[in-house]
Design a protein around this ligand. Structure first.
Ligand SMILES: [Zn+2]
Length: 249
């Protein structure tokens, strides 16, 4: 299946593109004008979670379940517990934050690592000690899972995204298996509204300042806002003074 044959959700169609014309996900960092597809920026992940934004298109997600792609092992486990109506909670943190149902189905179909059992990981990862070597194959089966909720948390294993209860699962093996699911999701595309902020684009400096802003404590934020108000009112006073001097001349 060719990537160009797969219809883009509206939110993804407005993403910045790489040199080949491929849309760049919101959590992909940029370096020297080029997207680093094999990497995930934890700052971008953190900000997306904080603002409940989709990690693929960058637009806000409405209240309700959120979606992510999981590998074969986790898919099998979740499928089994949902089948017998048992509750399954995985307290381990992950670097993968969720997105819209439409965007996650699309990502599973076009991402070279997720779209087939032979897909290879582009870069080694040692997140949370899992130590996934470069070139590791995805393996059989995968799934797009809906979770009731999620949050960015400090855990004994490190900071990351922790998911709540899984409530729905769409299993697949290859991109083709998801064609009907994507068509159904696109007929009610949840990504048509909203806007991705400029700091989730190619300018890493904008991202940096958005992250710094988010890191401020409530007291620091109040102090900054007070400073800004004081500066504005001073400007207003100067303007009035100039105007009245002009009048009195
Ligand atoms: Zn999205």
């Amino acid at each position: 299946m060719r990537v160009t044959d797969i219809t883009m959700p509206s939110g993804i169609a407005t993403r910045p593109r790489d040199g080949r014309g491929y849309p760049v996900p919101a959590i992909t960092p940029w370096e020297g004008g080029a997207p680093q597809f094999a990497e995930t920026s934890m700052r971008r992940v953190f900000l997306c979670v904080e603002e409940r934004r989709c990690t693929v298109c960058g637009r806000e997600m409405s209240p309700g379940p959120v979606w992510r792609v999981v590998d074969g092992d986790e898919a099998g486990m979740i499928d089994a517990v949902l089948g017998i109506g048992k509750e399954f909670l995985n307290p381990a943190p992950t670097g993968e934050a969720p997105g819209h149902r439409t965007c996650m189905i699309y990502a599973a179909m076009v991402c070279p690592f997720l779209s087939s059992p032979e897909g290879r990981r582009g870069q080694a990862s040692n997140m949370y000690g899992a130590n996934l070597p470069k070139g590791d194959a995805r393996g059989a089966g995968g799934a797009i899972v809906a979770y009731q909720d999620y949050e960015f948390k400090q855990t004994p294993a490190g900071p990351g995204v922790v998911y709540g209860k899984p409530i729905e699962i769409i299993t697949y093996d290859r991109a083709e298996d998801l064609q009907d699911e994507l068509a159904a999701a696109l007929s009610n595309d949840e990504t048509v509204t909203g806007k991705s902020p400029a700091w989730l684009g190619e300018d890493e400096q904008l991202l940096e300042s958005a992250f710094r802003q988010a890191m401020l404590s409530p007291v620091e934020r109040q102090a900054l806002a007070a400073q800004k108000r004081a500066a504005q009112s001073k400007k207003r006073q100067q303007k009035q003074a100039r105007a009245s001097r002009k009048k009195n001349r």
